[in-house]
Write a protein that binds this ligand. Structure first.
Ligand code: MN
Ligand code: MN
Length: 365
C-alpha cells in the first residue's frame, strides 16, 4: 500500500491562500430539509467549505414526529437541546440499549455508527443543535432504516425477520426521515428485548450544573470525556458573555472548533499566520468554524448578554490562552520580543484571563 501519511502535512488549498476564506454561515436563515412543521438545516463543507472537521445541524421536530431510526457511518453525534423535550433511544454493538428524555440545556452523545432515533415529547415542538465530528458527514453518511429496508428484496427481509412476505406489503419504499404518528407515551416503553442498560450513559445535564468558571465578563460550562465518559470525540462548551465580554485570544492544539450563536451578537476574529487575519460577525442562529491550531477570539458586541454554543472534535479539551502564554514567560524575554520596557510586562496578567470584561485595564479585574 502506498504511504500516504505525508498528506496530513500538505497544506490545505482552502486555508493556504493569500487570504483566509469566509468562516461563518447563516444556518438558521437557510432552508434545509422541511417535512411538515419539522426541519433539519445543515452546515457541512457544502455550505461552509472551511468546516472540514465538524458539521452541524439545527433540527426542529413537531409534536408526534420522530427522526427515524438511523445511523451515521462517518460521524459521532453530539447534541444540545435549545427548546422543548426530546426522547432518544440508542443501541450499542453489544446489544445494550438506552432510552433517555431530554429538556433544554441537556446534551447527548452517540458514538459513530451507533443507531438511534429522536422523537419530540409532549405537545410543544423541540429544537436542538447537532454537532458531528466530521464536516463531510452528510454526504452519503446517514443511513435510515426505511431507506435500507425499502430497497431490500422482500423475500430476503421476510427470511431475516421470520415473518411472511405479505406482512411486509406497504412498508415505506424510500427514506421517511421524519416519521409522524401519535404522541409518544409519557412513560418510557420497554424495548422488545427488555431492559439492557449500558454501563455508560449517553445523557449529560450540562446546564443543570453550575458554571465551571465565572468571571466579571461571563461564564463557562464545559463537558468532555472527563465528566461525560462516552463523549470520546466531542467536547461541548457554553459561553455566556456579558456586554463587552471577551473570550480572549487563544487556540486549540488538538481540535477544530464549531460555534453556534444561541443569543446576542458577537465578533469572532481568526488568525491564520502570514499576516492573515479575518473578523466576522455572528448574529443569532449563525455558525462559525475555526480550524485546529488557528488563533481566535469571541467578543460580545451586543448591549445584552450573548450565549454561544461551541463544539470541539476532541474528547479532551485543550487550549492555549494568550494571557497564559505570556504569563509563562519572564519579563526579559517579553521585553526583548516586543522591544518594550520591562515595566510594561509587570502590569499584564500573571495567569490565565480566559474571559476579559468590558473596558481597557479591566482584563483581570
Ligand atoms: Mn443522528
Ligand atoms: Mn476556542
Amino acid at each position: 500500500m502506498p504511504d500516504t501519511s505525508f498528506m496530513n502535512n500538505v497544506p490545505d488549498p482552502l486555508t493556504s491562500g493569500k487570504e483566509l476564506p469566509p468562516f461563518s454561515f447563516a444556518l438558521e436563515k437557510s432552508e434545509g430539509k422541511v417535512i411538515g412543521a419539522s426541519y433539519g438545516k445543515e452546515a457541512t463543507v457544502e455550505q461552509l467549505p472551511i468546516s472540514k472537521g465538524i458539521a452541524g445541524v439545527s433540527m426542529r421536530i413537531e409534536p408526534g414526529a420522530m427522526r427515524e431510526l438511523h445511523w451515521h457511518a462517518t460521524a459521532g453525534e453530539w447534541a444540545f437541546v435549545l427548546e422543548g423535550r426530546v426522547r432518544t433511544t440508542v443501541i450499542q454493538p453489544d446489544g445494550h440499549s438506552e432510552t433517555n428524555d431530554f429538556q433544554a440545556g441537556d446534551v447527548w452523545f452517540f458514538p459513530r455508527g451507533h443507531p438511534h432515533m429522536l422523537e419530540c415529547l409532549g405537545t410543544e415542538p423541540c429544537h436542538f443543535i447537532l454537532i458531528f465530528d466530521n464536516g463531510y458527514f452528510s454526504e452519503f453518511g446517514t443511513f435510515s432504516i426505511t431507506d435500507w429496508l425499502g430497497h431490500t428484496p422482500k423475500p430476503l427481509l421476510a427470511k431475516n425477520l421470520g415473518i411472511p412476505q405479505s406482512a411486509l406489503e406497504g412498508l415505506p419504499k424510500d427514506e421517511v426521515y421524519f416519521a409522524r404518528g401519535a404522541l409518544p407515551p409519557q412513560e418510557v416503553s420497554t424495548p422488545l428485548q427488555g431492559w439492557s442498560i449500558p454501563p455508560l450513559t449517553h445523557k449529560y445535564r450540562l446546564m443543570a450544573q453550575p458554571p465551571r468558571r465565572t468571571f466579571k465578563g461571563g461564564r463557562e460550562w464545559r463537558v468532555d470525556s472527563t465528566n461525560f465518559p462516552i463523549s470520546t470525540t466531542v467536547t461541548g462548551v457554553v459561553l455566556d458573555l456579558e456586554p463587552g465580554g471577551l473570550r480572549e485570544l487563544h487556540w486549540h492544539p488538538t481540535a477544530d472548533e464549531w460555534q453556534y450563536l444561541i443569543e446576542g451578537k458577537v465578533s469572532v476574529t481568526m488568525f491564520g499566520s502570514h499576516g492573515r487575519y479575518r473578523t466576522e460577525t455572528l448574529n443569532q442562529g449563525d455558525v462559525a468554524y475555526i480550524p485546529q491550531g488557528y488563533g481566535h477570539s469571541i467578543e460580545n458586541i451586543a448591549d445584552k448578554p450573548s450565549r454561544i454554543l461551541i463544539g470541539l472534535n476532541t474528547g479532551t479539551y485543550a487550549a492555549i490562552d494568550l494571557s497564559q502564554w505570556i504569563a509563562g514567560n519572564p519579563v526579559d524575554v517579553l521585553a526583548t520580543n516586543f522591544n518594550k520596557p520591562a515595566a510594561l510586562f509587570e502590569s499584564v496578567p500573571k495567569g490565565d484571563v480566559f474571559i476579559a470584561s468590558a473596558g481597557p485595564g479591566k482584563a483581570h479585574a
